[in-house]
Design a binder for this molecule. Structure first.
Ligand SMILES: CC(C)(COP(=O)(O)OP(=O)(O)OC[C@H]1O[C@@H](n2cnc3c(N)ncnc32)[C@H](O)[C@@H]1OP(=O)(O)O)[C@@H](O)C(=O)NCCC(=O)NCCS
Length: 360
């Protein structure tokens, strides 16, 4: 398959034509890690922006946004807050929930596509905030980052003699063009974290993870890396901002999340009726409804937070898990099917069980 050449606004070629190998569909990863989720915690910035506020500066309306996306409001980081600040607050909440001292952590993984900087990574900044010097790094699989992170951080935890912290943290509003109604209405900021602990009786998995990088411009922030560095001309053209072909993304999201979740159920030898709660990536309420319908999910078993959070990318699944726990919809021992989809394209699904206590 030929990867197409693309031209930036300033006329330079940003991706040369190359011949990519034929795509091979990934096999489902049957691994079930002996790892328990023993703590959950979240942080949402204090400021919320509702659709009416957006409608004052954009040619949009509360009715359009609610009908097309399900979003009513979203949280927006304060000017002095960066992704590591959100991540650190979520980390502290998860550690407190698990009753774990930061000094006992063995590693920290931050799933994010909106790091504080290109380098250093956000992980070491969070570790420093917690006062520890453990291995700490970022994982970027965009909106699938948390599910990818469960595989990576879970594998670390499975063989560690102490807990591992996985955080999904994003400040998406920093990379959207506030004047673009096609994207500015969709995204929000936030972070949530889980404590992963080796536990012989627990099961995290199987996993279905995949990617298709043959058309990166479907959903990207073009001038943010080495392919087309952020020159003054590109910045003036707004190429540092997230852009997407919304309809294409929508169709891929429904198809990929459904197929991925189905593959996980099959690999686990269970049916959708065995799932207590479905937590999908919160990108659009219509996408979630479409996936739930195709999976044959019984009514009321999909947890939806997009109305209050918007799309928070790698933070969306763990934020929804915390919300489900806090609203009594997730109880100890419940089997949760998670599925995500994002830029890359990337997708991923797994089954998890939350072992912690129900919040009163
Ligand atoms: C972005 C998205 C909400 C758009 O919804 P949609 O139903 O596909 O709407 P369309 O893009 O077809 O646009 C329909 C019309 O609404 C207009 N429109 C777009 N954004 C609008 C807004 N915020 N307010 C009012 N009108 C808007 C369009 O210009 C278009 O007008 P036209 O018919 O006159 O051309 C939807 O495609 C989506 O959610 N895609 C997935 C995005 C996503 O999840 N991205 C992250 C993945 S992790």
């Amino acid at each position: 398959m030929a990867v197409p050449a693309m031209t930036a606004t300033d006329g330079t070629l940003v991706r040369s034509t190359t011949v990519a190998p034929a795509a091979v569909a990934p096999a489902t990863d049957p691994t079930v890690l002996p790892v328990a989720i023993t703590g959950l915690g979240a942080y949402l910035p204090a400021r919320t922006v509702d659709n009416d506020e957006l409608s004052r500066t954009l040619d949009t309306s509360d009715a359009w946004i609610r009908t097309r996306t399900g979003i009513a409001t979203r949280h927006v980081a304060a000017p002095e807050e960066a992704t590591s600040d959100l991540a650190l607050a979520a980390a502290r909440a998860a550690l407190a929930d698990a009753g774990v001292d930061a000094a006992d952590l063995r590693a920290i993984v931050v799933a994010t596509c909106t790091p504080d900087h290109l380098l250093p990574a956000t992980g070491p900044l969070v570790a420093a905030g917690l006062g520890v010097e453990v291995p700490a790094f970022d994982l970027n699989a965009a909106c699938s980052g948390f599910v990818y992170g469960l595989r990576v951080a879970g594998a670390l935890a499975a063989t560690a003699d102490g807990p591992v912290l996985l955080i999904g943290a994003e400040a998406l509003t920093r990379i959207v063009d506030a004047g673009d109604r096609g994207t500015a209405i969709l995204f929000g900021d936030g972070a949530a974290a889980v404590v992963l602990t080796a536990h012989a009786g627990a099961g995290l998995g199987p996993f279905d993870l995949g990617s298709d990088g043959s058309d990166p411009s479907m959903l990207w922030a073009a001038a943010t890396g080495t392919r087309s560095p952020a020159t003054p001309a590109r910045l003036a053209a707004g190429e540092q901002y997230l852009t997407m072909r919304g309809g294409d993304v929508y169709r891929h999201a429904v198809t990929r999340m459904t197929a991925s979740a189905t593959a996980v159920l099959s690999a686990a030898g269970v049916t959708i009726d065995d799932v207590d709660l479905f937590v999908g990536h919160q990108a659009n309420a219509r996408i979630l409804a479409g996936v739930a319908e195709r999976l044959g999910l019984p009514a009321g078993r999909s947890h939806v937070t997009i109305d209050r959070h918007g799309n928070t990318s790698a933070a969306s699944v763990p934020l929804a898990l915390v919300d489900a726990r806090d609203t009594g919809r997730l109880g100890p021992g419940d089997r949760v099917l998670v599925a995500a989809f994002g830029a890359g394209l990337t997708w991923g699904s797994t089954l998890l069980t939350w072992e912690g206590r129900r919040r009163e």
